[in-house]
Design a protein. Structure first.
Length: 843
């Protein structure tokens, strides 16, 4: 030991001039990362996971994420310099970078495409970086010690909404201002943002307060009263202000001021009087930046006390988590899974970890968000597809800063910058909406969540009343844990399911348009008893197509191989694939006859007919067409919850996760179109849909009934739905999947070839399929075949299905082969303009 201590080390070499390079992820679909050189003076400032500005191509200046820093110059090009550093701390965490790489590999896309999907565009920016006050920082109130220079910056920011770095240099009259900005960011007094157009702009409220000297100087307020006595309107304003902001009790209250709109909360108080007071210098006006996510002040509700079944489920889950990373909670509809989740989230938070709670569609689960908000308050962030970009950026920052420890969100929430997850919940894990179809990355949030949990050492709880066959298989083989809840919470019973044979009813002249007499009578009965009804039809619009009675002409989309749906409200024909629409013609463009008939029916028609048949009932419709606006779905749900609406008609939106007390009847108007769908998952899907929509009935005490209208009640699936026999469904499905080689026994990749010319598309698909067969083997490649909808957005489609056995196949290698085959095809001159899309684990 002593020898070592006495040894004289040679002096260390100077390290400050090391030449460093950064590999960056540009938000572009580029096949590889680009390497840029870090200027010496930025050696300490460039961080992995932070954004830098670079020039790409001749003209473009872009921000990008640093993926790696090293000393290796690129071999085949001269590295350009990084132009600037945007972040002092990473905005993408280390586990996130790993996850993004996995997504790119697994789902066969580029890192740029992943980053593009992941980052809210407020964080993507390009031009100039700016700073602004942190939305939570209130310079008047917060007691953060600031240096003189820092205070100058804050003062300047109060005068101006935001400053560029050049502005900061001018304000301080110094060249090196970076450290002050950095320190202010650390103190959470400011944030950096990028401004292109409407990037992270803070939300501001207009406030007023008394001018300083009226509160600080003795007797000034009294004097003011005397002055204002003749001006009663202005005096009223002043009195109102003092009532709401009692500065005579505490002068400090004045800093906070009062929102202008609150000050005129009484009809006899006028805005113009405020303006006069501002002009006189009595009141001063100021803007306050507020959070887009106001802190909920309502008292925290304690979680409900778990029932014995729930407690048992929770204990089993925690027990299984000791050995397994993933557990499925298979609980019938209404078994009270949400409360079990809440308890587990509490548990995870107490351990100091972060929690992600995934839902298939937040629009439909406003109820769950409300419930979670009440328990977790300001710790809860919500990540939502209908949120503005600013709101998304705020959640992103909130996860980074630790403000949000629990996030409830839709599939894209898997991109958020967690670094310390301890629990992920994937509710309704069977839902197809977890899978993104288009554009790339074509990821499944359930699978991505599992990888995310793996990377961060977190546990994953999948929850469903109707698990995906693949999920249940993983439980059966012992890879994942399984916990079941077979009873509804409390006294509630699962509903009775009754089948109505519409073929027979038609024979007996007992069909009133799309309603059987039985269903109509049942609806009337429920309305009479002041109970509510949910009706499900899986098509929106008025009618899926129209046809001429004389010549059988059917209007088709000019871009896609589908018929146009008729939407009565807008009197339009619309394509549900590309959005094309035209006015409904008054007579047939082919033969001139005026007998255009609508065929089939959608939710709009059901709503229409109900209003005619049951004029006293309040009917509302919930589908894509009625929920376009940000809060419209919330309104529809609230109206139904409050009993304002008697009947709710909807597409699958009404099937998921909704919890209403008073619904005693659910009607499925046409079950057949769901069962007869050309897909290996058709049966599973139909079961899930029927059981889920049935699950909305009879959730609180009142017994529920479900009517299913079908032309063929003898089909096996109905027996399983009636008895909610998931085991039977599983046993049947898993055997079929094994026999015909479908997931979970194989992995599927769907390769779609697209081109505007039908021949070219077909020929390219044939050539590609041949190459794939050579590379992967005959058994592995099926097709090409022409899909049911063979033309979308003017492109003709051809599909090749690749089935890779689970065992003995190097997945990475196989995907590499597929990617190479596609590249090879792109090189052939005959197939210029052909586009090929690979979809891994298509749903
Ligand atoms: P699931 O998600 O399994 O379909 P929910 O979690 O929505 O079921 O619960 C069904 C109903 O039972 C809800 O109305 C819920 O408020 C109620 N509930 C569940 N657990 C409890 C509990 N421990 N105490 C009181 N009510 C509960
Ligand atoms: Zn015609
Ligand atoms: Zn179309």
């Amino acid at each position: 030991m002593s020898e070592l201590l006495n040894f004289n080390y040679p002096p260390e070499p100077a390290v400050d001039r090391v030449t460093l390079f950064a590999d960056v992820i540009l938000p572009l679909p580029l096949p590889k990362l680009y390497t840029y050189r870090i200027p010496f003076e930025m050696n300490d400032d460039v961080l992995v996971g932070a954004r830098v500005i670079v020039q790409f191509g001749a003209k473009r200046v872009l921000s990008c994420i640093v993926a790696d820093i090293h000393e290796q110059a690129p071999a085949d090009y001269q590295a350009k310099y990084i132009l600037d550093v945007l972040d002092d701390t990473p905005i993408v965490t280390a586990p996130q970078l790993k996850l993004f790489k996995w997504i790119a590999d697994y789902y066969m896309c580029t890192l740029g495409e992943v980053i593009n999907a992941a980052l809210p565009s407020a964080l993507k920016l390009s031009s100039e970086s700016r700073i602004q006050l942190h939305p939570h920082f209130n310079p008047e109130e917060d007691d953060i010690p600031l240096s003189t220079q820092e205070a100058k910056i804050i003062y300047a920011l109060q005068q101006n909404q935001h400053l560029t770095f050049t502005d900061v240099a001018n304000v301080l009259q110094v060249k090196s201002y970076h450290k002050y900005i950095k320190s202010l960011i650390q103190k959470e007094a400011i944030i950096i943002f990028e401004q292109v157009s409407d990037k992270f702009s803070p939300k501001v409220v207009k406030k007023v307060r008394l001018s300083e000297h009226f509160v600080q100087e003795e007797g000034m307020l009294e004097e003011l009263f005397e002055q204002l006595t003749p001006k009663t309107k202005q005096l009223d304003i002043l009195l109102n202000y003092l009532q709401q902001v009692p500065v005579h009790q505490d002068v400090n209250l004045n800093y906070k001021g009062l929102e202008k709109s609150v000050l005129t909360n009484n009809p006899h108080l006028s805005k113009s009087s405020i303006d006069s007071l501002i002009k006189k210098g009595v009141l001063e006006q100021f803007d306050q930046i507020i959070s887009r996510f106001p802190v909920d002040d309502s008292p925290r509700l304690l979680p409900m006390t778990l029932s014995e079944h729930q407690l048992q489920a929770k204990d089993e889950i925690l027990g299984l988590f000791k050995e397994k990373d993933t557990v499925l909670l298979h609980g019938v509809t209404g078994s009270g899974k949400t409360e079990v989740y809440i308890d587990l989230i509490k548990h995870a938070l107490e351990g100091g970890g972060q929690v992600l709670y995934l839902l298939p569609e937040i629009a439909l689960t406003a109820q769950i968000v409300t419930r979670l908000m009440k328990v977790f308050g300001e710790k809860l962030g919500v990540y939502h597809s209908k949120f503005s970009d600013n709101e998304r950026a705020e959640v992103w920052q909130g996860v980074l800063s630790g403000r949000f420890q629990v996030v409830v969100g839709v599939r894209s929430a898997v991109f958020l910058p967690f670094h310390n997850l301890s629990l992920i919940i994937v509710d309704e894990e069977h839902e197809a909406s977890y899978k993104q179809y288009d554009p790339a990355p074509r990821y499944n949030a359930r699978e991505t969540a599992l990888m995310m949990a793996h990377l961060q050492g977190a546990k994953t709880l999948l929850g469903s009343a109707t698990p995906a066959i693949e999920t249940y298989y993983n439980c059966q083989t012992g890879r994942w844990g399984l916990v079941s809840m077979t009873k509804r919470f409390g006294e509630a019973q699962l509903p009775d399911v009754e089948l109505i044979n519409t073929r027979e009813e038609q024979h007996r002249k007992n069909m009133h348009s799309h309603f059987s007499g039985k269903l109509l009578t049942a609806i009337e009965e429920r309305l009479h008893r002041h109970e509510q009804v949910i009706l499900f039809q899986n098509r929106r619009g008025y009618a899926p197509f129209i046809a001429c009675d004389e010549c059988s002409w059917i209007p088709k989309c000019r871009n896609c191989a589908v018929s146009l749906s008729y939407h009565k409200f807008s009197n339009e024909l619309r394509c549900h694939y590309c959005g094309y629409h035209e006015r409904m013609p008054s007579d047939c463009p082919a033969c001139g006859a005026t007998t255009l008939k609508s065929m089939g029916f959608g939710t709009e028609k059901i709503e229409d007919e109900l209003k005619l048949m049951l004029p006293k009932a309040e009917v509302q419709r919930m589908d894509l067409d009625t929920t376009k606006k940000k809060n419209s779905y919330q309104q529809i749900i609230a109206d139904f919850e409050n009993g304002k609406t008697n009947i709710l008609v909807g597409t699958q939106m009404v099937t998921k996760g909704l919890d209403f007390e008073n619904v005693s009847l659910v009607g499925i108007l046409n079950a057949d179109s769901i069962i007869h769908f050309p897909d290996f998952r058709a049966h599973e899907r139909a079961f899930q849909l029927f059981v889920q929509v049935s699950g909305r009935a009879g959730r609180k005490g009142k017994p529920g009934t479900v009517f299913i209208q079908t032309r063929d009640p003898m089909q096996a699936i109905f027996r399983k739905v009636k008895s909610v026999d998931y085991e039977a469904l599983y046993a049947h499905e898993i055997e079929e999947r094994m026999r015909f080689a479908y997931p979970p026994f194989v992995r599927m990749i769907r390769v779609t070839v697209k081109h505007a010319d039908e021949r070219t598309s077909e020929n390219a698909a044939i050539v590609l399929a041949k190459d794939l067969t050579d590379r992967l083997g005959k058994q592995q490649v099926l097709g090409p075949e022409i899909p049911y909808i063979f033309r979308i957005r003017n492109l003709f489609l051809n599909e090749i299905h690749i089935k890779l056995p689970r065992e003995n196949v190097n997945l990475r290698q196989a995907k590499g082969q597929i990617a190479q085959a596609i590249q090879q095809l792109y090189l052939l001159p005959d197939f210029k303009g052909v586009k090929v899309v690979a979809d891994v684990d298509p749903m």
